[in-house]
Design a binder for this molecule. Structure first.
Ligand SMILES: *Cc1c(COP(=O)(O)O)cnc(C)c1O
Length: 359
């Protein structure tokens, strides 16, 4: 069976070596040696310049913390084309998602439609760098400055993406990433938060540890967003393979790019200035019927691509439904093809053959 992705498992001896360290330290959580070491390695690897980062128990809690601190229970301008966590975090923090449709080729929020959606209740823009493709960062920053809004980027897909020569995590007031097992770099469950402003960083940091700013002192309301040493152990075991993982994924992407028949298929357009991470391989069909036909043929061959992202988030049952013509159209006919390091050449050939033959 071939799924859309396959979790990278480092050699078990390398994982147990890291777990052994936690045993030796007799320390399992509350920011032990392994968590701090992984943070240092990631900061180096990502070449973080201004932004500071720390790692968390997943990629959703940092979104919620950022919205708790910056959202003020107001209206959040957001994209309908993302994983459901983006919208859910807004609603969970008692804010109101105001959807703005997406660009049909970049698949990120259409920045030209943002200003029309701003009201006196708007506090933040929460946009997703979809499939690692950056939003129009400069324009969003300009709009946010003009209207005194904060910018939060859901950069869950964007590990190792560079935009205009620096980590995409450097942009926005806050950026978040996910280290879930299905993501590019993973700790089983995990995530990270990035922030340039030292004051805001401090608030986010305290918030992820129940609000503690001392053993018996509290900065304010907090939650448990801490990651354990056991998760950091997995991260430390995966980390040395990152370059190999990225190179292997690039080979798969190159194969699809050269061998798929794009007569009736469309690819996502990468934004200029992007050094991409080969995190997903989305293809857009002419219609949902065409997608379903190919999906069925692939499933019969035990190949299971995923409909990322379906449905368009303006249609989930806990938001006020707003029509988003482009996002709904794309969501109905986009499919992410299998993409991972160990995907075999003959399997890739089979996938391409089925798609080219059936379409
Ligand atoms: C995976 C993902 C998340 C959630 O991350 P978790 O680590 O699973 O909590 C949030 N947003 C997007 C766009 C994602 O793909």
């Amino acid at each position: 069976m071939i799924n859309v992705t396959k979790t990278f498992f480092p050699p078990i001896a390398e994982y147990t070596f890291q777990v052994q360290r936690a045993y030796t330290n007799e320390w399992l959580t509350n920011r032990g040696e392994l968590v701090r070491e992984l943070e240092e390695k990631l900061t180096d690897y990502l070449k973080l310049d201004v932004a500071k980062m720390f790692i968390t128990n997943n990629g959703t809690i940092p979104l919620q913390i950022a919205l708790k601190l910056l959202g003020g229970g107001g209206e959040i301008i957001t994209t309908p084309f993302s994983y459901v966590a983006t919208t859910a975090a807004i609603v969970w923090e008692n804010c109101t998602p105001i959807f703005v449709d997406i660009h049909p080729e970049f698949l990120t929020i259409d920045e030209t439609k943002i200003e029309a959606a701003i009201t006196d209740k708007t506090t933040c823009i929460l946009a997703t760098h979809v499939f690692g493709n950056p939003c129009n960062i400069e324009e969003i920053e300009r709009i946010a400055k003009k209207h005194n809004l904060k910018v939060i980027y859901d950069a869950a897909h964007s590990f190792a993406v560079q935009y205009k020569g620096k980590s995409v995590f450097e942009y926005g007031d806050v950026s978040t990433c996910s280290f879930h097992a299905t993501k590019l770099f993973h700790t089983g469950e995990g995530g990270a938060v990035f922030c340039k402003d030292p004051e805001l960083y401090r608030k986010i940091y305290y918030s992820h540890n129940f609000g503690h700013n001392g053993p018996v002192d509290f900065f304010g309301l907090g939650i448990n967003g801490k990651i354990s040493e056991l998760h950091a152990a997995m991260g430390l075991a995966v980390f040395p393979y990152m370059d190999e993982i990225l190179a292997g994924r690039k080979d798969v992407v190159d194969f699809y790019n050269t061998n798929l028949d794009f007569t009736t298929l469309a690819k996502m357009k990468l934004r200029d200035g992007t050094d991409w991470n080969y995190s997903y391989y989305p293809v857009m069909f002419e219609s949902e019927a065409a997608l379903l036909k190919i999906q069925k043929a692939l499933n019969e061959a035990q190949i299971f691509p995923r409909r990322y992202f379906y449905p368009s988030l303006n249609r989930v049952n806990y938001v006020e439904s707003q029509e988003m013509a482009i996002s709904e159209s794309i969501a109905s006919r986009i499919l992410c093809l299998p993409l991972y390091l160990s995907l075999e050449k003959n399997d890739l050939e089979r996938i391409v053959e089925i798609i080219n033959f059936v379409q």
